[in-house]
Design a protein around this ligand. Structure first.
Ligand code: SF4
Length: 412
């Protein structure tokens, strides 16, 4: 990917340059670990072993820690553990208090404030869990939680109650019981492995689990939800990809929030997955200080397509306890969607959803494009605000005469 050119060279208006800069691919670099052997740096187990997990390490590498961050880091291990891979740590700009990567993984004292509408289990997963570690909320699919560990911890995680086990949730998935439940329920055709991060399991353990699920005749479709390609691209080894491709149809949903996360290392890791025939989607959480800006979001979504990843969802941040400082408004989310649809490739436009508090499932939220509708016609507007009428088909009977005008538009 070419480096950014000067405005004189590129002929672009100055306002276009920062946007293009967001989409250029660069390496995360080696930073504080420049003298570590190449083989170690590229070894995912080395990266995990050398994660930043203590306040002392954070202060050592990060002298510009703010008082809010220091206080948050001191308390994090009783809520959601501090954990950042060296690779991902290098993406933080220590000179920028508003660095979008920093806001995602450095704890802050605001996490200890809980609004009355915030919850420890905002999606009601525990109340839809027939056996430990399995969530059966939708009719034909289940969420299979395989571990409580992640490569790094996102400060807004909707499963903060269980991931990292800092708050004593005592999560113990029981694969035998989870698999037995799926086998006994023929309506389950889709299994999503998540956690924690399933790609933290060893290749052998993951292969064993996927084999057992594939052996269930009514399981048509497997999915893995993971942030590993972004936090730890070293984990996406050729061996892992070769193992995963035995289990098609297998989709992988990654989780990336900002174009800066899509480095050359991540792009290469995603290419290895795509070359194994794995369809890739992305889930983004709308976050204040990170991606609550239409240009940033659009650059991110376009950059995902360049990595062969189809943007799938933008999530309104769940009402997880202690996340108010990161939660952007629904108004902002709709405004961003308005600036995407029609303004960029349809493949780059994900569905914006609110996971209904308490376990109502995902509800799509979008700008209003249907202005009115009756039995005869639909009045719509396009991305430019132009109004069009579309004659309604009536119970499959072709309509030959002009449809009646809508006297009083019914807003839907
Ligand atoms: S990777 Fe996923 S499960 Fe892990 S902390 Fe981040 S959002 Fe939560």
């Amino acid at each position: 990917m070419q480096a950014e050119k000067s405005s004189k060279d590129s002929g672009e208006p100055p306002s276009a340059r920062p946007y293009q800069g967001l989409k250029s691919f660069t390496s995360a670099g080696r930073g504080f670990w420049h003298d570590v052997a190449e083989t170690d740096w590229n070894d995912w187990r080395w990266q995990l072993k050398h994660r930043i997990t203590t306040v002392e390490q954070l202060q050592k590498y990060f002298p510009t820690l703010t008082p809010e961050e220091l206080a948050g880091a001191q308390l994090s291990n009783s809520k959601l553990a501090l954990g950042i891979t060296p690779y991902f740590f290098n993406l933080i700009d220590p000179a920028d208090e508003n660095c979008p990567v920093r806001w995602q993984v450095i704890p802050r004292i605001e996490e200890t404030s809980t609004a009355s509408w915030e919850m420890s289990d905002p999606c009601g997963e525990d109340s839809h869990s027939p056996v430990p570690g399995l969530v059966h909320r939708y009719p034909d699919r289940v969420l299979f939680l395989v571990t409580d560990r992640c490569a790094s911890y996102c400060r807004y995680c909707t499963r903060s109650r269980l991931v990292s086990n800092a708050s004593g949730y005592d999560f113990h998935p029981e694969y035998d019981k989870q698999i037995a439940y799926i086998a006994a329920h023929p309506e389950i055709r889709d299994v999503l492995l998540s956690g924690g991060d399933p790609l933290l399991l060893s290749d052998e353990k993951l292969e064993n689990l996927l084999s057992r699920l594939r052996a269930i005749p009514h399981v048509e479709f497997l999915r893995i939800g993971t942030r590993i390609p972004v936090f730890l691209p070293q984990r996406i080894t050729p061996e892992l990809c070769a193992m995963l491709k035995q289990f098609h149809p297998l989709f992988v949903s990654i989780h990336s929030n900002h174009p800066r996360e899509l480095t050359t290392e991540v792009r290469d890791a995603l290419a290895r997955l795509a070359d194994a025939g794995i369809p890739l989607g992305n889930q983004t959480v709308l976050l204040k200080h990170v991606n609550d800006d239409a240009d940033v979001m659009k650059a991110h979504l376009q950059k995902l397509l360049m990595c062969r990843v189809r943007p799938y969802y933008i999530y309104q941040c769940d009402l997880i306890a202690g996340s108010a400082h990161l939660r952007a408004s629904v108004r902002k989310g709709i405004e961003i969607m308005e600036k995407l649809r029609g303004h960029t490739t349809g493949y780059a436009v994900p569905t914006y959803v609110i996971d209904a508090p308490g376990g109502g499932g995902k509800v799509p939220v979008s700008p209003e494009y249907v202005l009115s509708r009756n039995a005869d016609r639909v009045v719509i507007r396009n991305f430019e605000g132009k109004i069009f009428e579309y004659p309604e088909a009536t119970d499959g009977t072709p309509l030959f005469k002009a449809p009646k005008k809508i006297e009083e538009p019914e807003l839907v």
